[in-house]
Ligand binder design. Structure first.
Ligand SMILES: Cc1cc2nc3c(=O)[nH]c(=O)nc-3n(C[C@H](O)[C@H](O)[C@H](O)COP(=O)(O)OP(=O)(O)OC[C@H]3O[C@@H](n4cnc5c(N)ncnc54)[C@H](O)[C@@H]3O)c2cc1C
Length: 487
């Protein structure tokens, strides 16, 4: 079976029912509309990379299900090496695009997580979810589909559980069960790369109890399924007004979307959980473990680009990159910290009886905390090296830069060190985009908020065992118990 080409992917997007909106308009063709063409371009580069001899090792593999060559982003990860390739792919995608490509990764993770969870459900409950998932997975691999992943619900009041919300639709739920499938209603928000996706993997946003069984659902839907309205979000600078010259600095980009399900029918072949609330905790735990291990590679990849851009703007400003060696080496250290901690948590993981690999929870959640902090230092250092021109985009627009009346004067005063004024401005715009603009990939809340990760780290850390070690070394005989909580 042949790997798909960029053109085949773009044609597939063009053949879909238009259901994506931005700026109040229905987008007829996501591959050309200024609001979405950059996110499509980013994902197309991931397809193209499978045909690049230098990158094919990362972007392709052999299917364990069929023995055929497949796009890596459709594979089941059964060994630590295969999961480390997830990290390598993410880092490389940032090198190719500068930002996130959610439809190359979140659905991939969903497929792997549900592989193990459906296996467990079938063993315990006698359901046939695993076989359904396998059949969908064979299509996923055969077609090399781009699949976004949606866990985050609108949620409503954060202190209430789904069934306690004033409006039950704030969390995606089953409103009707039929012999041939389910009808779902509600919303998933902030979903990465949706406009570039052909399908969307839907999973629960949290671990649920019995009262919330209608919210305990997992399935895959075509991105253009009847009844689904998609509204693209993101900063207007990713949109149409800034199309000229260097104002929108890259041909790539990322968008997030609001997915609004208005009584959408999902046939049972595509349903992998419908009410089995006891397994929602496994979905969340396994999803976040892998995701948070590998997300360290995303921010490392963007950090690599920031280090490169910082070195170039130093030269464009007239300085040697070596002037900033301390800052540049700190940036490198930040990148390698999140990358290798993720690799470490993969190495410390375990094989699930279904055959897929699960990353180690304690270290992958620890990595998420680094991901929510270190890249911000890397961004700050990039801005510090670049000067005011990069910090808040203190530079004129392309129209002013090329104005017949005063453009030559702006160019004269923007000329500094190596290269032209335009080169300097292009680099500054790129840095602005990477550090405070549309290229910021969700280090803080993407893949879940850091406080959730802190809670897992605290809960999984064997503090009492460590206290025992300290007690022994200090020669302390008595027990020191936690004081009772004040009433
Ligand atoms: C760039 C980006 C890309 C994303 N891509 C995807 C995607 O592809 N797929 C997807 O499913 N999601 C995606 N998300 C959503 C992301 O997973 C959520 O933003 C994240 O899980 C946090 O949820 P929230 O934004 O609703 O924050 P909130 O729930 O509003 O949390 C805000 C703060 O309150 C804290 N908090 C929340 N509830 C409680 C509570 N009960 N008690 C104490 N503290 C609480 C949180 O820890 C956090 O610090 C993306 C987000 C971003 C920013």
């Amino acid at each position: 079976m042949a790997l798909r080409t960029r053109e085949q992917y773009l044609n597939s997007l063009r053949s879909m029912r238009p259901n994506v909106y931005k700026f109040g308009e229905l987008i007829e063709d996501v591959t050309t509309n200024p609001a979405t063409r950059r996110v499509v371009e980013s994902h197309a580069r991931g397809i193209e990379a499978a045909h690049d001899p230098d990158l094919a090792d990362i972007f392709t593999t052999t299917s364990g299900l069929t023995g055929e060559a497949i796009h890596r982003h459709t594979s089941l990860m059964t060994t630590p090496e295969e999961m480390i390739y997830n990290s390598k792919l993410k880092r490389e995608m940032y090198h190719l695009t500068g930002s996130c490509t959610g439809a190359l990764c979140v659905g991939w993770n969903g497929f792997n997580v549900m592989w193990s969870v459906t296996h467990d459900m079938d063993e315990a409950l006698g359901t046939d979810y695993h076989q359904r998932l396998k059949e969908w997975g064979l299509e996923f691999q055969k077609k090399g589909l781009l699949v976004a992943g949606a866990l985050t619900d609108a949620k409503g009041d954060r202190k209430l559980r789904p069934h306690q919300q004033a409006d039950l639709d704030t969390n995606l739920r089953i409103v009707e069960r039929r012999d041939d499938g389910i009808v779902i209603r509600g919303a998933k928000l902030m979903i990465c790369g949706t406009a570039a996706a052909e399908e969307i993997f839907l999973m629960p946003g949290s671990a649920y109890r019995e009262d919330d069984q209608d919210f305990s659902l997992a399935c895959v839907v075509p991105r253009d399924i009847e009844g689904l309205i998609i509204v693209e979000t993101r900063h207007p600078s990713d949109g149409r007004e800034l199309e000229e010259g260097f104002d929108c600095p890259t041909e790539t980009g990322i968008t997030q979307a609001y997915l609004i399900f208005e009584d959408v029918f999902v046939p049972k072949e595509r349903v992998f959980m419908a009410g089995e609330y006891k397994y929602t905790g496994d979905i969340i735990n396994r999803f976040t473990s892998t995701y948070r291990a590998c997300i360290g590679a995303c921010v490392a990849g963007q950090g690599d680009v920031m280090a490169g851009a910082a070195a170039l703007i130093a030269r464009a400003n007239g300085l040697s990159a070596k002037t900033f060696r301390d800052k540049l080496s700190q940036m490198e250290l930040n990148n390698e910290t999140t990358f290798t901690m993720g690799v470490g948590s993969i190495a410390l993981g375990r094989e699930h009886p279904s055959g897929t690999w699960l990353a180690d929870s304690l270290t992958s959640h620890g990595n998420k905390i680094h991901v929510a902090t270190l890249p911000y230092e890397t961004k700050r250092l990039t801005q510090e090296i670049g000067g005011g021109i990069v910090e808040t985009g203190c530079m004129p627009s392309y129209k002013d830069f090329t104005s017949p009346q005063y453009g030559h004067l702006i160019q004269k005063y923007l000329t500094a060190g190596a290269g032209s004024a335009e080169t300097r401005v292009r680099l500054a715009r790129l840095i602005e985009w990477l550090t405070i603009g549309g290229g910021v990939p969700g280090c803080m809340h993407g893949g879940g908020s850091p406080d959730g990760a802190r809670m897992v780290v605290f809960n999984l850390s064997p503090l009492e065992r460590y206290a025992g070690m300290a007690r022994k070394l200090a020669g302390v005989e008595e027990d020191l118990e936690e004081p009772a909580r004040k009433k």
